[in-house]
Design a protein around this ligand. Structure first.
Ligand SMILES: Cc1cc2nc3c(=O)[nH]c(=O)nc-3n(C[C@H](O)[C@H](O)[C@H](O)COP(=O)(O)OP(=O)(O)OC[C@H]3O[C@@H](n4cnc5c(N)ncnc54)[C@H](O)[C@@H]3O)c2cc1C
Ligand code: FES
Length: 510
């Protein structure tokens, strides 16, 4: 993501620093020329890598070093300090690395090392599939294709997406891009040239109509058929649409794709007042983004507190107050009954004027293809720990997948960007015959104005919430506990604790 590079900070590492300035286990940021470089010391070894995460430029010096890896404080990407390799999404590009020398009690950072074309290679045991087909051009589908090429898979990859845009950074669509504070070139996950350059046959506006698991082929809506040796289902989720009168009018929008977002932005050019139906993450992020554009925002939702079911009452109250401080007007414990021209009618009898309506009442996993193909479906496509569906050589990842989460001990399905990407990456390796279990601790983030909320783990219910810090002061950690175990941790500006909680959860299985 493009960003103005700040002036290099810290000591000039080319000139060298005293070894004593970097104690064992320590981290330090300096510069070499215009590049900011992170130095990490582990015993006698010293690593020098780019100081900022390749996802959204998070400061790795504030992250967590675990073994030979560093984890980003913002959205928990993980990098190999030896090679710079992006080991875990959401970062997909490696960090630059520098050569380090030690002389006479000083550390010198020398030349930048050439990026290795491929730093991970998978074993070639078993048969390498000739044709891999991915249905879905979103988080999971893209991360799978990217991982396949990164591990040097050289055969055919076909990616089918019924969207008209190549894979995009979907979380941005309800945040900076919608707010008008991020340029459009932040939105694609890769430039258009990436796909031909990497021999990924990305077919847009290609709606898959059916899958034949026995014949091992998928049929497109235009009647054409595409054979596969391995298939990844990554069809994501679609917004739930309201069936109330007037919900089909042109000023009523849902938000999933870049096209949806562009349509909202076009309407926002002249809109004075938006009514957001639903106090979900996406609904509230949209309200925040449109407030940034100076549009009056009303949020209508049936619950007593926004996001209470996921974040608990204390965080729910905070989120409400935060939005109210920015001018959002809530109409809680109420729902829309009709959209009549420029008026949204509520069950309570109230009427709200709106020239833009955004429906954010949740999403439904796109499981129709899997169901019709006879795959096991239970509120999501059922997969095992290897992300295999009930049909041989067909895998599923992302918002559609219900997988056995070893941490909660439950079969869960979540709608998180990072989980979708990491599942895509694991599925990619398993399609090549690896047997890698998907064991990542679920993680998501949400951004409201200048307040990021990070959430690690998974708690559908809890006995108590232990609060450390001060929620209104935007400095807190909330631990969701059940039967004496912490199942999930939500935090605001306590990034290190969020990373430490993730690490602790990795080491505990239900
Ligand atoms: C506006 C917005 C903001 C979000 N913000 C956050 C956030 O801040 N943090 C977070 O953790 N998560 C966030 N999410 C959720 C996150 O984006 C999803 O969890 C993630 O995109 C899921 O990835 P996926 O690959 O499963 O599905 P998707 O990314 O939805 O991709 C599915 C793909 O499948 C294609 N497809 C579906 N059916 C067919 C078919 N029959 N034929 C061909 N193609 C098909 C679709 O066109 C699409 O390309 C946000 C979501 C939205 C919409
Ligand atoms: S900025 Fe590092 S993971 Fe997002």
């Amino acid at each position: 993501m493009a960003e103005d590079q700040p002036k290099p900070v810290g000591p000039d590492l080319g000139q060298g620093i005293a070894l004593a300035q970097l104690p064992d286990g320590g981290k330090l940021v300096g510069h070499v020329g215009d590049d900011e470089v992170l130095l990490v010391r582990r015993g006698a070894e010293i690593f020098a890598v780019a100081a900022h995460c390749t996802h959204y430029h998070g400061p790795l010096v504030d992250g967590l070093v675990v073994g030979d890896n560093v984890r980003c404080p913002w959205h928990h990407a993980c990098f190999d300090l030896r090679t710079g390799e992006a080991l875990r999404a959401p970062a997909l590009s490696p960090l630059a690395c520098w050569t380090v020398e030690q002389q006479s009690g000083k550390i010198f950072v020398r030349e930048k090392r050439a990026e290795k074309e491929t730093t991970v290679r998978v074993g070639r045991s078993g048969t390498v599939p000739e044709k891999i087909v991915i249905i879905g051009g979103g988080a999971a589908g893209f991360a799978a294709a990217e991982r396949l090429r990164r591990v040097d898979y050289q055969r055919s990859i076909t990616m089918l997406s019924d969207d008209d845009a190549p894979p995009v950074d979907r979380p941005n669509l309800s945040k900076d891009y919608l707010a008008g504070t991020a340029p459009e070139d932040w939105v694609p996950l890769r430039p258009d040239s990436y796909y031909p350059d990497n021999a990924i046959d990305l077919r847009l506006k290609a709606h898959v109509a059916s899958i034949d698991p026995r014949a091992r082929e998928v049929a497109l809506a235009d009647g054409s058929k595409i054979p596969f040796d391995r298939l990844l289902l990554a069809t994501g989720a679609e917004p739930v649409r309201l069936s109330i009168p007037g919900a089909d009018q042109p000023h009523v929008h849902t938000l999933r794709s870049l096209g949806d977002c562009r349509a909202i932005i076009a309407r926002a050019q002249t809109a004075r007042r938006v009514v957001v139906l639903g106090a979900s993450f996406i609904g509230l992020e949209c309200a925040a983004a449109l407030r940034t554009r100076g549009i009056e925002a009303h949020v209508v939702a049936p619950e007593k507190r926004p996001m209470e079911r996921i974040m608990g009452p204390q965080m729910g109250d905070f989120i409400r107050t935060l939005h109210e401080e920015h001018g959002v007007i809530f109409h809680l414990e109420d729902t829309a009954s009709a959209i009549d021209g420029k008026w949204v009618k509520l069950k309570s009898g109230a009427e709200l004027e709106a020239d833009l309506v955004i429906v954010g009442v949740g999403v439904r996993p796109r499981t129709q293809l899997a169901e019709a193909a006879g795959l096991s479906v239970d509120r999501g496509v059922v997969v095992n720990a290897y992300l295999e569906t009930s049909a041989p050589d067909i895998f599923a990842a992302g918002d559609i997948a219900r997988w056995p989460d070893p941490h909660s001990g439950e079969s869960i399905r979540v709608e998180h960007w990072v989980v979708a990407e990491r599942q895509g990456q694991t599925a990619a390796l398993n399609m090549l015959g690896q047997r890698e279990k998907f064991t990542s601790v679920p993680f998501f983030w949400s951004q409201h104005y200048d307040v990021p909320i990070n959430y690690v783990g998974h708690a559908e219910n809890w006995d108590d919430i232990a609060i450390d810090g001060d929620i209104p002061a935007k400095d807190c950690v909330l631990r969701f506990n059940r039967k004496g175990r912490t199942l999930a941790v939500a935090s605001i500006y306590r990034d290190l604790e969020s990373l430490e909680a993730e690490l602790a959860m990795e080491n505990v299985s239900a």
